[in-house]
Design a protein around this ligand. Sequence first.
Ligand code: FMN
Ligand code: MN
Length: 482
Amino acid sequence: MAYEDLRAFIAALEKAGELKRIAVEADPVLEIAEIADRVSKRGGPALLFENVKGSRMPLLINAFGSRRRMALALEVDSVEEVAGHLRELLHTKPPEGLIDKLKMVPRLIEVGSYLPKKVKQGPACEVVKEKDFSLFDLPALQCWPLDAGRYITFGAVFSRDPESGRQNCGLYRMQLYDERTTGMHWQIHKQGADHFRRSAQAATNGRMAVAVAIGTDPAVTFSAIAPLPPDVDEILFAGFLRSKPVEMMPCRTVELEVPATAEIILEGYVELEERRREGPFGDHTGFYSLADDYPVFHVTCMTHRRDPIYSTTIVGRPPMEDCHMGYAIERIFLPLMQLQLPEIVDIHMPFEGVFHNLMLVSIRKAYPGHARKVMNAIWSLGQAMFTKCVVVVDEDVNVQDPAEVVWKTLNNIDPERDIQFVLGPVDSLDHSSRLPNFGSKMGVDATRKWPSEGFTRPWPEELRMDPRVKALVDGKWDQLGL
Ligand SMILES: Cc1cc2nc3c(=O)[nH]c(=O)nc-3n(C[C@H](O)[C@H](O)[C@H](O)COP(=O)(O)O)c2cc1C
Ligand SMILES: [Mn+2]
């Protein structure tokens, strides 16, 4: 059964022994971050702070912060199951005969049944505040000492495409400026920024409606960070993940729909002309991302449950909570990549690469230059375009084992011949690129080189012991006293 809301997920975490309640008072300014960081680094549980200094709301953090909790969030034993389900759906052949058509019906119904369900209202608007409220009622964290202030770090931001009218939902951090305004840190490549840009092109002075949901059911939170293609509805994807439609209710003061079972909703607008300094902020990279100018979110209404739970996360040097969400993305999006690139056997993004810095890819190499074709394809595939370094290996290399990849790659490459640089868009958080958002990327062709690629020397065999000798030693092993 799908989790109705964040609370149902919290209950499941607690039942699984994956949640620790903390009654001791803790300060949302730095202290909670330090506690969560230590727990993250030790592979510890989700934390529910019940006594947050200066706020009446309990605070949840690290709820997705392990492989097991990520699976619990998606209600599976392993996120591979979700990939399997997606693969099945994607490989449904167009029906041929009548029998095939009949077999398709349940599948089509299944997809149709994930569509968001409109409801008039929900628990998220049990309390409606248009006048007397302050964003500082929320226990928003200051995560790192040089952060520009306190930030809402786990809000799902909703906006509407000015032309198609479709909604987008992306997770972007929000710096608290005062009681009613925050930064709106949608980076230039993201869909919120696209809506904003196109709204501004249509009308130079005016406003764009924005709503933010904090504390949504875990499928919605995960969908908000998932690198879905533009115009694929995150809420439909969440419905697919939880095998049940997400209930969406209209906002009170703006024309947007938000998850009806969220803990807290912020409604408001961004001015199309306005920008304000945002950051610095201690980021996923383990460094502070630099301050820059971003739109400003003016909050006109806050609604919440009678007893809201504030949900948040911190980012920083890996491993952190977001790494486990990144791993789920790696597994779940592999079938989608393979739809375009069936030669891909597996991919892996080690935590240390912070999502975009390193992708290890194994392929079934079929023609000269195949590895380079795959690199170029990855650089043109949605948010994978940010991948700073792509390493392509043959199918016999296990990319889930970075040590094996390093060993084989460094043996296999003639660097000048096998490394390729390209220029293009890079992640906004990259502090090393020559310009913000623009820089170079590197592809390493670590596949075995072929004569048809100009490599005419013999390629050596990999060391492997004779199986007969292995069996012999197995038989003697106990006597060896080793
Ligand atoms: C904890 C966390 C914080 C994030 N903060 C931001 C952010 O501040 N700005 C941003 O553009 N993306 C941020 N992201 C990444 C986006 O959520 C992600 O790229 C998402 O796919 C964007 O959706 P969109 O394509 O619909 O815009 C964050 C991701 C995580 C896990
Ligand atoms: Mn999107």
